[in-house]
Design a protein around this ligand. Structure first.
Ligand code: PEP
Ligand code: MN
Length: 338
């Protein structure tokens, strides 16, 4: 439920409501809007009888949250969540951030070349998988910790943030040590134990939509992270499986405005996995920004024909640079910056 405080509620009124809720076992979350403060409260509804909430000074209204996701719900926060990545990158603000780089970290040369080129083209975050979820156990599985070290080297050299995937709880400590944003891959969207663990770290989490997940299931997955204590969640649409075989997945761009309607969390789009074919990725990058996405995740490889993973959906650095120039115009047209 949310407790909307009156515009003239004092700090002590707010503190008293929080104290009463917490005494009754509720978890609270304060969000201060320009006009009003709202208090989000999660807990056992039957204990509400212990607190005469509506009678407490400064309380204007008590509103139940009807959706099964509570902390992810739009009602829970007065404004939109802006996820701060380090000091200089904010996801969900005016600037649209582009995360780009190879599907997998393959070698020092490959990664540093990719980093140099995506940085030059205007990306602010470098992507690259060190632990790779591959359909085949015989396919390249990633460089593991060595890949993380290479990402850190590229971050130092080019001043980029890094986003990389964590596949399970055992490797979470090392991934969280290196990554600026910890990615939960589509296949792990409902790995609830992993979600609870990333909910305990103090790093932004990029939560991909599962390939066969509804929007509600996706928001429930976010709820696991939020309710475990980590409010820095960035949602990522990456396509869902449909009956259309021409593309790798069907990129559900309608989820962008829908998620923004249902939730306060920022949402970005990954057209690379959504489509799986490089030719169509620039157009869907443009469409994603036009639809209101807060960022993009794009696979870029110095030499897609030689890529160990996802070459068919990787942009060359020069096509990426050309795409970024077009995206700048789209962002401006919809009141954003790139
Ligand atoms: C990835 O981004 O490298 C990846 C494996 O994506 P997804 O989890 O969306 O398939
Ligand atoms: Mn990939």
């Amino acid at each position: 439920m949310i407790i909307v405080m009156a515009h003239n509620a004092s700090e002590s009124d707010i503190a008293e409501v929080v104290r009463r809720l917490e005494t009754a076992g509720f978890k609270t979350h304060l969000s201060r809007g320009v006009e009003r403060t709202i208090i989000g409260a999660i807990g056992d509804k039957s204990r509400l009888a212990e607190i005469p909430l509506e009678a407490l000074p400064g309380v204007e209204e008590v509103i139940p949250i009807l959706q099964p996701y509570k902390m992810a719900s739009r009602a829970f926060r007065a404004g939109r969540t802006v996820v701060q990545v380090g000091e200089d990158v904010a996801i969900g603000g005016e600037q649209v951030h582009v995360m780009a780089g190879p599907c997998a970290v393959e070698s020092r040369e490959q990664l540093l070349e990719a980093a140099a080129r995506v940085k030059e083209a205007g990306a602010t975050i470098l992507r690259g998988g060190a632990f790779k979820p591959r359909t085949s156990p015989y396919a390249f599985q990633g460089l593991g910790t060595k890949g993380l070290e290479l990402l850190a080297e590229a971050r130092e050299k080019y001043g980029l943030k890094i986003v990389t995937e964590v596949m399970d709880i055992r490797s979470l400590p090392v991934v969280a040590e290196y990554a600026d944003i910890v990615q939960i891959g589509a296949r792990n969207m409902q790995n609830f134990d992993l979600l609870k663990e990333v909910g305990k770290i103090d790093k932004p989490v990029l939560l991909k939509r599962g390939p066969a997940s509804t929007i509600e299931e996706w928001l429930m997955a976010a709820e696991y992270i939020l309710s475990s204590g980590n409010m820095k969640v960035i949602l990522c649409e990456r396509g869902i499986r449909t009956f259309e075989p021409y593309t790798r997945n069907t990129l559900d761009l309608s989820s962008v405005p829908i998620v923004k309607h249902l939730s306060h969390l920022p949402v970005i789009v990954d057209p690379s996995h959504g489509i799986g074919r490089w030719q169509f990725i620039p157009a869907m990058c443009r469409a994603a920004i036009a639809a209101g996405a807060d960022g993009l995740l794009v696979e870029v490889h110095p030499n897609p024909a030689e890529a160990l993973c996802d070459g068919a959906q990787s942009l060359t650095p020069s096509l990426f640079a050309q795409t970024m120039a077009e995206l700048e115009k789209v962002a401006r047209a919809v009141g954003r910056k790139l």
